[in-house]
Write a new protein. Sequence first.
Length: 293
Amino acid sequence: MQCPRCQQDNPPDHKFCSECGTALRKPTTSYADFQPSLTEALEQQSAMAEILRIISTSPINLQPVLDEVVKSAARFCAAPDASIFRLDGGNLRAEAHHGLVSQSTGFLVPLMRGTVAGRSVIDGQAVSVPDLQVETEEYPEGSALARQTGQRATLSVPLLREGTPIGVILLRRGEAVPFTGKQIALLKIFADQAVIAIENARLFTQTKEALEQQTAASDILSVISRSPTDVQPVFDAVAESAARLCEAQDASIFRRAGDQLLFAAHHGPIPFGRVGEYSMPLVRETLNGRCVR
């Protein structure tokens, strides 16, 4: 510590100058020293708030949220490329992407330990590789892909729902510059926000579907109450609701009459003939016949 009077250098634990006895003061940190980190923290909070705003305004439309997550993750983690993959059976399906690496939505990557994203999902934890191109033995498939795309430093964080991986967020750099602990921690926050968006959309869709089903059931019961002796309006309402709620283009109802199935109601474009006139034999060689038998 330098004396302000005689400029003598003193050990940092001295309170007085060993040369002239002047009281030593520890250097103070000014607001300007904190300004860059404060600005960065404010920008990060703004990005998080924007993601939450999009979630609230698009409860079912998940794509705008995931697009904003990868864009913000790439920016604040100093990565030129970011992707979100969701678990789809034995594959990881690309859901969102920001960067120069060529990658289309719906692109499938096999779930295997030989890729950084695959290992992150299988192990349920973050995986950071400083230079994926040289990791030919540890990550053979990922290393081969990295050499094709020119990517080196790679970071992957799983999307965890109640501790179970449902996908992954992946960052890539063209240089072998490792991701810092701070960047890994920040990416985990972005992964959590992606999970919130996915869960919010899933629960909202489930609630919406449940309400639609309850409404359809109520409508059918209303038709029954209005037509206690005429089943045709009820069958028509059932066929229409079944097609709509099961996302089918066509629905038909058949009634059993001895060894025949009589055409009782229809909704959709497939021609079957006139309701009440068309019939088919009740045999196992037809789907309807096997279902009844």
